[in-house]
Design a protein around this ligand. Structure first.
Ligand SMILES: *Cc1c(COP(=O)(O)O)cnc(C)c1O
Length: 398
């Protein structure tokens, strides 16, 4: 059946609808089962209908859904304190999406400079390949000229430097730069991990220049890197962190986290959100955090990541035995990808995988992205790589 014309055509949708999900699996209307290694684009951090999330949300649904940020929201205070206790941040603002989190982060950075009397410090340095969301301001932060087409004048104050290139950054940094905005691992940009030590260098340069470092962890944060936050692997402290996707495990919620001095530039009236951090969203985020922080979880996740990484190497080795489809493995943690030979497209690869019951997501650089739930089992990983092997054999025949 064709999709309803009442839906605005912003997506070229795949003609499948799902009726339910359980763990790492989704079930479609026509009765097929799929191993979901797309996770709603890194959102379903604990798969579908995790009992702890269902329990938290249904309990809250029977009690109280929404009040307003005009009042205290105790559930928000619980989540904020957990985020603060487990990160370098000291202040948290809750919103509803990734774009709101990154844009909120930019507002905080600019406001902090302004509050310090530096009225001209407004510039945000972004990286090539960056993706930070779809609001008008974030369109200027993205390195996607096509996304800006037809949407009028761009927001001012965003400049792009070459991803991973410190020298080009040094040339552009100056007293006018409020912050460097960067994804420790680019998701949409093609599952690209920053070179080792890159974040540390960015932080040093920012510090020296009086600028802030914003870590956009909307996709890689909340455990997907193997640590709770990706920046923790570089032993640095960003001034601001943007979160969303995995934070609610499927419930829409985002957060801007900041160091105390920076966050305190936001005084009453400077920012707001009607829905941000409502009790339902907070109970979801709280349940996700509890699962991530459960004794031994992150450790076992790192084992799973190593296992997954070995499977990636194995697949490449197998592929090389005849004619390679895969150019190289990419990404980090549970945000991984395979860059494909130019003779094959990520879209074709994804379509064949789906026909075989495996859901993946495309990304830039002809990359097919793998975003498994963080609690996926070794059996499921084996199954995924068995299917990937079949996809490679089949795509070669085309
Ligand atoms: C998805 C994403 C965003 C935007 O999130 P939305 O919830 O779609 O607004 C921002 N930054 C990164 C790194 C993302 O992956």
């Amino acid at each position: 059946m064709a999709i309803s014309p009442s839906i605005m055509t912003t997506y070229g949708r795949i003609d499948i609808a799902f009726t339910h999900g359980k763990g790492s699996f989704l079930f479609s209307e026509d009765g097929n089962r799929f191993l979901d290694y797309a996770s709603g684009i890194a959102v379903n951090a604990f798969g579908h209908c995790h009992p702890k999330l269902v329990e938290a949300l249904t309990e809250q649904a029977n009690k109280l859904w929404h009040t307003s940020n005009l009042y205290r929201i105790p559930e928000q205070e619980v989540v904020a304190e957990k985020l603060v206790a487990n990160s370098c941040a000291e202040r948290v603002f809750f919103c509803n999406s990734g774009a709101e989190a990154t844009e909120g982060a930019v507002k905080v950075a600019r406001r902090y400079a302004w509050a310090n009397g530096e009225k001209d410090r407004t510039e945000i340095l972004c990286a090539t390949g960056a993706f930070h969301g779809r609001t008008l301001a974030m369109l200027a932060a993205n390195d996607r000229p096509l996304f800006r087409e037809g949407f009028g004048p761009s927001a001012q104050g965003f400049t792009h430097v070459e991803w991973g290139n410190i020298e080009s950054l040094k040339k552009l940094i100056g007293r006018h730069v409020a912050a460097i905005l960067v994804e420790p691992v680019q998701g949409e940009g093609g599952a690209r991990k920053a070179p080792d030590g890159y974040l540390k260098l960015l932080k040093d340069i920012a510090l020296e220049n009086g600028s802030l470092l914003i870590s956009d962890e909307v996709q890689i944060g909340m455990g997907r890197s193997g640590t709770l936050f990706a920046y923790q692997q570089e032993e640095i402290e960003p001034d601001i962190i943007a979160l969303a996707k995995g934070l609610g495990g499927g419930f829409p919620v985002g957060a801007v986290m900041a160091k105390a001095e920076v966050g305190d530039a936001m005084v009453p009236g400077t920012h707001g959100s009607t829905f941000g951090g409502n009790p339902l969203a907070m109970r979801s985020a709280n349940a996700v955090l509890d699962l991530l922080l459960e004794d031994g979880f992150l450790q076992s996740l790192r084992d799973t990541i190593r296992y997954f990484d070995n499977k990636m190497d194995e697949l490449i080795l197998n592929d090389k035995n005849n004619f390679s489809v895969i150019v190289r493995k990419k990404g980090s943690g549970m945000l991984r990808g395979f860059e494909l030979n130019e003779n094959y497209t990520a879209a074709d690869f994804g379509n064949i995988a789906r026909e075989k019951g495996l859901l993946l997501v495309g990304a830039a650089e002809n990359t097919i992205r793998l975003l498994p739930p963080l609690n996926t089992s070794k059996e499921e990983i084996n199954m995924a790589f068995e299917l990937l092997n079949q996809v490679i054999l089949e795509i070669k025949k085309k």
